[in-house]
Design a protein around this ligand. Structure first.
Ligand SMILES: [Fe+2]
Ligand SMILES: [Fe+2]
Length: 168
């Protein structure tokens, strides 16, 4: 039997991951509005990844013989001012998600629920990658500015990103 507090945290994480997807989709919409289709593609793919993360929690809860709980959440922000702000918020958001994953891990370890510990290891690694990606893009955007040839080149590069669940 999975301890109730661990199960509750796993269920809450389904919501956080789906929220992440909506948040990144809102950022994609902002990029579309700025005619930055490559940046928009980056965030659309990011949103796909987040839905994939949400489903990993959903499926894990199901595999434990429990019923996943699906809830709603608040509207994501959509009044972005600049690309720099978008990447600052993306990095902040990933740091927040890392904190959430770490706190589930702490509870799972306290409760000695090793299947959850093992399941979460993938997410611990994933969050390192997520934070690095957002941090790199934030640095690049800061360096090259909001417009000009640098942004057009980066936009082209980000247009190439596609969703590959097993390699993400
Ligand atoms: Fe995620
Ligand atoms: Fe993420």
């Amino acid at each position: 039997m999975i301890p109730e507090n661990v199960l509750q945290k796993l269920n809450e994480q389904i919501k956080h991951e789906f929220f992440s997807a909506q948040y990144y989709l809102a950022m994609a919409a902002y990029c579309k509005e700025q005619d930055l289709d490559g940046f928009a593609n980056f965030f659309i793919v990011q949103a796909e990844e987040e839905r994939y993360h949400a489903m990993k929690f959903f499926n894990f809860i199901d595999e434990l013989g429990e019923t996943p709980i699906i809830t709603g959440f608040e509207d994501p922000k959509r009044d972005f001012k600049s690309l720099e702000e978008v990447f600052e918020l993306s990095l902040e958001h990933e740091q927040h998600v890392t904190h959430l994953i770490n706190s589930i891990m702490e509870i799972a370890q306290q409760e000695k629920h090793y299947p959850t510990v093992s399941f979460l290891n993938w997410f611990i690694d994933e969050q390192v990658e997520e934070e690095t990606t957002m941090d790199n893009l934030l640095s690049k955007v800061k360096r090259i500015g909001e417009s000009g040839p640098g942004i057009i080149m980066l936009d082209k590069e980000l247009a190439e990103r596609s969703f590959t669940p097993e390699e993400e």
